[in-house]
Design a protein around this ligand. Sequence first.
Ligand code: HEM
Length: 329
Amino acid sequence: MNLIAALIAVLILTLSALGIAFSATLSFLLTAILPYAAFTVFIGGFIYRIVKWAKAPVPFRITTTCGQQTSLPWIKNNPLESPSNVWSVMGRMALELFLFRSLFRNTDVAIVGQRPVYGSAKWLWFFGLLFHWSLLIIVLRHLRFFIEPITPWIKSLSTIDGFFEIGVPTLYLSDVAIVAGLTFLFLRRMTVPRLRYISLVTDYFALLLLLGIVTTGLLMRHFFPADLLHVKNLALGWVTFAPAAPKGVGTVFYIHLSFVFTLLVWFPSSKLMHMGGIFLSPTRNLANDNRMKRHLNPWNAPVKVHTYEEYEEEFRDKMKLAGLPVEKE
Ligand code: HEM
């Protein structure tokens, strides 16, 4: 049901985009007004969520550790598995960000006989990494529409990405990779019963929306070419605050844009916010120096303490009567 609902949502978006393509007023709205509205919601929403998370109290050091913490000089510590200073935290965070290190440890469990048997499960790590890296490369390559003259590094990135020069126009490696990554993530959700059970409409929607963006992009590049000169004029119009409705960009371009703007607007309220949230995860961004420093909860309310001495002072007679041992006679 959840999958069908997500499919219907994407279908409605596609049909709306088709409607937009055939109406001059609506296509003006999509190409001249919506870009600013979507971008504002994206940036505003992103900042709002980050500030909200950043303000959340973190009274305890709850670092995730998988190795020996820094302690006595003759005990070998593991700075990456149990970071005790800011540099080690940054090292561990970088490995997490760029290589999805914790996902590399993903394990699978199966009940064999009566016993749980754990095995390595690297596919999620591999395809997850493939998807995220290729998305980043594609977004960076898209900067060519927004910058004039195109900076050399964007040109180099495109050249390397199209290194094998397969077909005309060249098939980008990142396009193949993103299709492979998204297809794996989608099929995994559909075919693994446990995962299907916990999957929400929004889980499918995120994957289908991204697949929609990629498919329409590929259609434009290889089957229904959009006039790239007009696209570039449009994109430059956006960044110079002089947008003009483009002509001759093709229907697929409108669908591509509608999907992209939907993604931008939905992003801040979706689970895709893990893009920013990863930096604010206390289990990862804190150093495990609990034995080196005494951390006091800054939000501790002042507590009136009652020491044992005071307690005994107050109840000594009663304790003696009850036959309880006392420290002072
Ligand atoms: C989340 C943002 C976006 C994603 C993930 C995305 C993805 C893609 C992909 C995968 C392709 C296939 C070819 C390639 O990799 O270059 C593509 C092509 C294309 N995209 Fe996007 N896109 C995004 C945003 C945009 C925006 C904002 C525009 C408007 C300027 C745009 C315009 C185009 C055009 C014109 C093509 C055809 C390029 C060609 O023929 O070489 N895309 N897009």
